[in-house]
Design a protein around this ligand. Sequence first.
Ligand code: F6P
Length: 366
Amino acid sequence: MKILVLTGGGDAPGLNAVIRGVCKRARKESLHSEPWEVYGSIEAFNGVLNEPQEIIKLTGKKTAGIHVKGGTILKTTNKANPIKFPVVQPDGSTQFFDRSDELVKKLKALKFDAIINIGGDGSQKISKTLFDKGLPMIGVPKTIDNDLSATDITFGFQTAVQIATDSFDKLVTTAESHHRVMIMEVMGRDAGWIALHTAIAGGAEICLIPEIPYDINKLVKKIGARYKNGRGFVNIVIAEGAKPKAGSITASAGEKGSEHVRLGGVAYQLSKQLKDAGCQAEIRETVLGHVQRGGTPTAFDRVLASLFGVKAFELALNKQFGRMVAFKNNSITSVSLEEATAEYNFLSKDSYLVQASKGLGISFGD
Ligand code: F6P
């Protein structure tokens, strides 16, 4: 029996723990039933599409101890969607081609008994298409953004929040020394999960998230109230996708070949908006960026990712294809790929998380 594993989209701490979980559980199964071999496709589906193919055997030696490492030993890309494959043309423009039939043909020829695709929303949509075209697909959710509604939590999220919180703590001491307003921008795309968890953990005065557009005048008032006789300080966490009321997101132009517009730089926009609206305090900006996706996963993310890996193998063993592993109501379970990709996991304004944050004195500028 042969399984193919691959990692697609942006990396997240915990990917290696999933890969190791699949391999360890497969080796265990091989002890008392037919032998299971696990292979990895390098750089998502590129390893299958490329000529020559790049598919490696995941031996015990290759996966030993990798659960502690960030990144992915299989490499990844968010620019190789087989359904909308970007190809740069001689004039510099990018055209997109559907290579899914070619991919299905190649995968069928390789005779894998199961294909485990570890990835976010985009990757699971690809899994669904390939499943509909007859491939034995199994999904494992991954993203630091925590924006998949079919699972209560994704691995990588906790690590990102921990990194952001450690950085926030460092900004608090320097904000206090200089009586400054410190703005820290975090990732999360259209969801404010990383921002709000960091704001609560760090003790921010203001947290701005995509789900709650902010009123700049209310923020200026809140900051002013924290300053007396030129003394005071304020720490703000802003999600990269946050926007003012009657405003739009801050995006560095869509990158060539990418389906997504690249976010980033909202901290500088907010700084300017505050000054324009009359904020007297000195302001500094920090854009945390990809540091949030790097390094070793937290213990929680290693555990979650390892369990996801074991569960993914067990879905393969039981021929439960067209499903994605999930963590729901404190247990490891699975959902159909259809459910997995149906909804985006926004942070609800009415959630207890938002209400409790207001109770802690955090302003959303609403
Ligand atoms: O989805 C994960 C994420 O890190 C987002 O939070 C962020 O907007 C995006 O990926 C960055 O993508 P890239 O690595 O392509 O710059």
